[in-house]
Ligand binder design. Structure first.
Ligand code: GRF
Length: 218
């Protein structure tokens, strides 16, 4: 197998998607390794989980930096020092400056708990319930300057059931996230998902891996 791509994960909180990526990357045939986890919050539960998993972990507290540009420069320096090639955002609650986004263009992934372009931004599960949709899900996409709007790599769909509240829908989507994110990262790391203009093209065998239906996430 060719060299595994070195991945950095950025978190701010619970870190359950980070955990799913770490677990997937333990498989010997997985095309990426998790080389670094960075949190902007020292108290994020994900920090301890990453440490316990033996992953190199850094805390870079945003409030210690004068502005976003300085904070982004510190992030970039840490990623560079660790030889990171791909970045996965996993519940990272900070917006980036455009130079940082441009520098990681086509190399930075995010997961969002809705079927984008529906319901970007905050509380997407509640947005889905308010809209009355019957199907929702999650999306892994490349990060661009506009939040939750970059080229889509992969999506997974789950049903919205009568009687769902935001917590119930969130839990169902989260299960799907934990399966989708490792799949999407593998596609990018293996070169099977390539950015062409503002679309992602899936190659050969990967052609159907980007669309998942997970009624079993029930
Ligand atoms: C997930 O729902 C993710 O889609 C969103 O933030 C949440 C993070 O959860 N961006 P976790 O920290 O991965 O558990």
């Amino acid at each position: 197998m060719t060299a595994r791509r070195r991945v950095g994960i950025l978190i701010s909180g619970r870190g359950s998607n980070m955990q799913a990526l770490i677990a997937a990357a333990r498989r010997p045939d997985y095309p990426a390794e998790i080389a670094l986890v960075i949190s902007n919050r020292a108290q994020a539960p994900g920090v301890e989980i990453a440490r316990a998993a033996g992953i190199r972990t850094e805390v870079i507290p945003h409030q210690e930096y004068r502005d976003r540009a300085d904070f982004d420069a510190a992030l970039d320096a840490a990623l560079g020092k660790a030889g990171i090639e791909l970045v996965c955002l996993a519940g990272f609650m900070r917006l980036f400056t455009s130079p940082f986004v441009a520098r990681w263009h086509g190399r930075m992934l995010n997961i969002h708990p809705s079927l984008l372009p529906s319901f970007p931004g905050l509380k997407p599960q509640q947005q889905a319930l308010d809209a009355g949709v019957r199907i929702s899900g999650c999306t892994v996409h490349f990060v661009t300057p506009v939040m939750d709007s970059g080229p889509i790599i992969a999506q997974a769909a789950v049903p919205v059931l009568p009687g769902d509240d935001a917590a119930a829908l969130e839990a169902r989507i989260l299960k799907a996230e934990h399966r989708l994110y490792p799949t999407a990262l593998a596609l990018v790391a293996a070169g099977a998902a390539r950015l062409e203009g503002d679309r992602v093209v899936l190659a050969g065998d990967a052609a159907t891996a980007g669309a998942q239906f997970m009624p079993e996430a029930l």
